[in-house]
Design a protein around this ligand. Structure first.
Ligand SMILES: O=C(CO)COP(=O)(O)O
Length: 158
């Protein structure tokens, strides 16, 4: 897998942002969303079930909710990244609490890396990322050419 073809994908001006927070960080993400409400309102928002519902109730932002994290919500967001339907992740993680669905969270982090998706994992990184001038523009980036990758693998294995 060393010589992998790349394909240029575009993160659009109106981004598809996933908002996720572990339980201990939910108040922080709600405050953060309130603080950056004007910017967030320009984009399409998604989230794991509880986080999405709380943000909508407390800030009035429209956030489409998937399942709750421990019930597969992180995996659903990972799948949307693979499909190119989510292109940006804000995830307030709690490093001091064990979670039963830690493998799902790790899987999401891996998919974020594979697809070169911008991601913040705490408040300061979220502050930097959301105030970047790139928030207002399209952004081209190179990711693995998944179609070519399958053709190559099939050729190698036939
Ligand atoms: O556990 C989570 C992320 O791993 C978040 O899920 P909820 O938003 O449903 O609490």
């Amino acid at each position: 897998m060393n010589n992998i073809d790349k394909v240029t994908l575009t993160i659009p001006k109106e981004k598809n942002i996933a908002l996720i927070a572990h339980d201990g960080k939910k108040p922080d993400i709600i405050n953060w969303c309130e603080e950056h409400k004007d910017i967030l309102a320009k984009h399409k928002l998604y989230g794991t079930g509880t986080t999405a519902r709380l943000i909508t109730e407390k800030t009035g932002l429209t956030v489409k909710g998937y399942n709750s994290g421990p019930l597969g919500g992180d995996q659903q967001i990972g799948a949307r990244i693979v499909e190119g339907k989510i292109d940006f992740v804000i995830f307030f993680t709690d490093p001091l609490t064990a979670a039963p669905h830690d493998p799902d969270v790790k899987a999401l982090l891996r998919i974020v890396q594979v697809y070169d998706v911008p991601m913040a994992i705490n408040k300061s990184s979220a502050d930097f990322i959301i105030t970047s001038s790139l928030m207002d523009t399209e952004y081209d980036h190179d990711v693995i050419n998944f179609k070519e990758n399958i053709s190559q693998r099939v050729k190698e294995m036939s």
